[in-house]
Write a protein of this length. Sequence first.
Length: 439
Amino acid sequence: MSPELISIVVLAAVFLIGTLRSINLGALALVAAFVVGTWVFDDHAPEILAGFPANLFVILVGVTYLFAMAKSNGTVDWLVQWAVRAVRGRVAAIPWVMFAVSATLVALGAVSPAAVAIIAPIGMAFAVRYRINPLMMGLMVVHGSAAGNFSPLGVLGVITNGVVERSDLPGSPTFLFLSNAVFNLALGAVIYFALGGLTLIREGTRATEEPADDEYPTAAGSATGSVGIATRTRPASQTLTLNRERTITVLGMVGLAAGALIFDLDVGLMAMTVAVVLALVSPETAKNALGQVSWGVVLLICGIVTYVGLLEAIGTVDYLGNTIASVSAPLLAALIVCFVGAIVSAFASTTGILGALIPLAVPLLGTGSIGAVGLVAALSISASVVDSSPFSTNGALVVANSPKDKQDTVYRQLMIWGFSLVLIAPVLSWTVLVWMGGW
């Protein structure tokens, strides 16, 4: 067995063991990276750990640390009340507001994880307060950001169109953007109605009505579980105002958004900076916030990404790409390319995999039987739509910002959803854009 195949088998074994045993997948993946890197590829620790996602680590820790303090000092509650007034209290509209805001930010040039890092904590606060399914809210934020991914102004759009141009392939930035946006909009509709949207519409609950908690059960709440919204109300909670601590927190969040979206500063480092400033201003608020950071999630995500980074460094991804390029049937090879893009991107950098696989598709397009525009769009959708996987930055942010008692559930549900898209998105996009479309 070749070293590349060994590394793939080990990755499969990591997931199998992690599924059968209650062992953190990240810890297993780090051990696997050590074993495979040392005894199969004769690498040393610096090479093995070169793929450790330091940026992702700082994003996860910084953002969750910051919003833990924002929750403690009441800033998140104040933001929720402010946003409720913006949608005139229509709870059923809130998930779509989160979708639209995320899509707009990314389409205007924000990096997708930056938009999710800003919107997901606020969306999850709505989900908790008004008993919206947290999986629905998280997925609406993630797929909203994905809908804006390939805007001509967006980061992925600029990168992908640049790779197409450098590869001397015909391209259509508008078609790429619209096809991806429609795909994610359709997914958003499926998510909304499958995870409780109809219940939200039927109940017609206004967010100005304080939802009943477990001490005030209702027929609506018991019938719909975590998706439904109880209609019996308690006396309205006190309207929050901006005190000194909340004002500093809000200004810090505005600075975080401006730095990430306008000045292209690192989201994780900025979030950590704002959190440290808040800790200096109000040590009592920060006292317990660090313990609320989802360290188990951080280990899981960083461990898996480290192992996949090792696979990229040792040539396993290139090995798969070259094997695909040797397939004699162009349509089948195009489908395999889409599958590889989806599988690898579920764990690793979407930008990186698009940059690697689009040039590998050039020999397939040389036959003239496959349209370049359609294949690039199908590959782009396949590789980006799986960012809802809990092993990607966006999915990891959703898990990290979910309610503590539901993080394990959200993680498992995101894994099911993400890997379902790994199977469905390549087939659907390939069928419409490559096989039937002929673009």
